[in-house]
Design a protein around this ligand. Structure first.
Ligand code: GAP
Length: 504
């Protein structure tokens, strides 16, 4: 399959089958915002549930929280996001598109380039020379570009009943002020009630360190996990749901004793890699990329990107960073609260007495949930050549999703809409509903079309009620990946599907 087509095919399948829709589509759509449809939300929730199970429920050293999206503005001052969470932004003076300087391929300064005036597909050609910046416009190849300016990625809004614009107008009315003075007054007015949509879920785990540690009597090493929405005013949104302004993260801050961080970092890289591969068909499409020292943030002593081979190449899925005690130190300084940990089991080397107080170091596995949906959809998408019931050549499109991630675990299909078959099928599907196992009752169209539909949405098992069912109380169970069918008793349908899902 042509890899460059895969994303287009996935976008189309996602819309056609109710996985992902463009946000506000009837109004022409909102750039880079997406809605998860009935099947997309099931996939997303299943991935999130597997992450929570592995990170929280299967461990005694990690607990979860669900913090608010809005936090005190000082959080973002302490974390460094207010001052430093920005991308270098450039405007093309030719086609007027805006882009991120740091994402452009390098072009030797002095290289001659040609582009079309206005960024049109044809027209007057213009020649130029690449400046010291070492890149050209990614849209029209022009070297006529604005200077880079830093653009903060946090979404700013205001809290409370005071409208900052009214405050501003009251302040400046009747005064003759220059543009920089007006700008400064406006910034002042906005700053008073400004709050930010969180650009990551991580900070709440640092800010709530004391509360969680004390209420749950957690002993270092321990972790705090969280899943939820994050927001970044990304300059470049791209590649379907890969990079969006609103997205979901699954992050965990693991607090450990200084000196043990290397061991824990290696442990979490391995553990997270195993988790990603557990649900994938092509395990070779995941790799770890260890950051060079020159790439590391100033507070990190190691960082690994877990990357996936998307149709356009290797790109990030999760970062596992060793963040030292930077975050707790910063919040301690800014808030004045003591965020250290008193370890009663240890002897203080300075005094020889039991008990040592220290600021824990942190290992942070930070994954994207919406990005995980994309990676697993890419991994699952398959096309197989074959013949249909009439002997015609046909391409079978299927999503080979791991059954644990599949939106429906089973489809229950009466072969005909008569002879009591729908009643039997309804009884079977009712058992699934009662057990909380998501299943679909489907009696529309021919059985062949229904199998195709369920292949395409990744339903791992189809249970068909046919003539034989009426005489011997058995149904066929069809496996999505092999298309093989066997007969099982109606009474055991739920148990068999549950057992196969457990084994997957
Ligand atoms: N607390 C650390 C942190 O947020 P990050 O590498 O910026 O680290 C972690 O984000 C993960 O969140 C990324 O690996 C990616 O999967 C996801 N992510 C980040 N920005 C995203 C965006 N704009 N759209 C979708 N997912 C995003």
């Amino acid at each position: 399959m042509n890899q460059s087509d895969t994303i287009q095919k996935l976008v189309s399948l996602s819309k056609r089958r109710g996985f992902v829709f463009q946000s506000s589509e009837i109004y022409g759509g909102l750039k880079s915002a997406y809605d998860y449809g009935p099947l997309g939300v099931e996939l997303k929730r299943n991935i999130a549930a597997e992450w929570w199970k592995s990170m929280v429920h299967e461990r005694e050293d990690v607990v979860g929280i669900d913090a608010s999206i809005m936090m005190h503005p000082s959080v973002w001052k302490a974390s460094g996001h207010l001052a430093g969470f920005s991308d270098p932004l450039v405007d093309c003076l030719n086609c007027k598109e805006r882009f991120r300087a740091d994402k452009q391929p390098k072009v030797e300064p002095g290289t001659e380039v040609v582009w079309v005036k206005g960024g049109k597909s044809s027209g007057e050609k213009v020649k130029g020379v690449v400046s010291q910046c070492g890149y050209v416009c990614p849209h029209c190849s022009s070297s006529q570009l604005s200077d880079e300016r830093q653009f903060n990625l946090m979404f700013r809004t205001s809290i409370g009943p005071v409208d900052p614009l009214d405050e501003f107008l009251n302040e400046v009315q009747g005064k003759s002020l220059s543009r920089p003075e007006l700008r400064a007054k406006l910034e002042d007015a906005i700053r008073t009630n400004a709050i930010y949509l969180r650009p990551e879920t991580a900070q709440a785990m640092f800010v709530q360190f004391n509360n969680v540690q004390q209420t749950m009597s957690m002993k270092v090493p321990f972790g705090i996990a969280q899943q939820g929405k994050s927001f970044r005013n990304e300059v470049t949104t791209e590649k379907f749901i890969f990079r969006t302004c609103e997205f979901e993260q699954m992050e965990m801050e693991f607090f450990c004793e200084p000196g043990s961080q290397k061991e824990w970092h290696t442990y979490w890289v391995q553990s997270r890699m195993d988790w990603w591969k557990r649900f994938a068909n092509d395990k070779s499409a995941f790799r770890d990329r260890w950051h060079e020292d020159s790439e590391l943030a100033h507070y990190a002593d190691a960082c690994v990107d877990i990357e996936y081979r998307y149709p356009w190449g290797w790109d990030e899925l999760e970062g596992v960073a060793s963040r030292t005690d930077y975050d707790l130190t910063q919040h301690q300084k800014e808030s004045g609260a003591k965020l250290s940990y008193f370890d009663q089991q240890k002897v203080d080397p300075a005094t020889g007495k039991p008990g040592v107080r220290y600021l824990p170091y942190v290992i942070e596995p930070a994954a994207g949930l919406t990005r995980a949906c994309l990676a697993y959809l890419c991994d699952a998408y398959a096309e197989e050549e074959g013949t249909d019931a009439e002997g015609e050549n046909k391409t079978r499109v299927l999503l080979k999703l791991n059954p644990k991630l599949a939106p429906y675990k089973a489809a229950v299909l009466p072969l005909l809409k008569k002879e009591g078959m729908p009643d039997v099928a309804r009884k079977i599907v009712a058992d699934f509903y009662k057990a909380g196992v998501n299943a679909s009752f489907d009696e529309q169209q021919s059985i062949g079309k229904r199998y195709s539909r369920h292949d395409e949405i990744g339903t791992p098992y189809c249970l068909t009620v046919d003539h034989q069912t009426l005489s011997d109380q058995t149904v066929t169970i069809r496996d999505r990946d092999t298309t093989r069918q066997e007969r099982i008793s109606v009474d055991r349908a739920l148990e068999v599907v549950k057992a196969r899902i457990n084994e997957s």
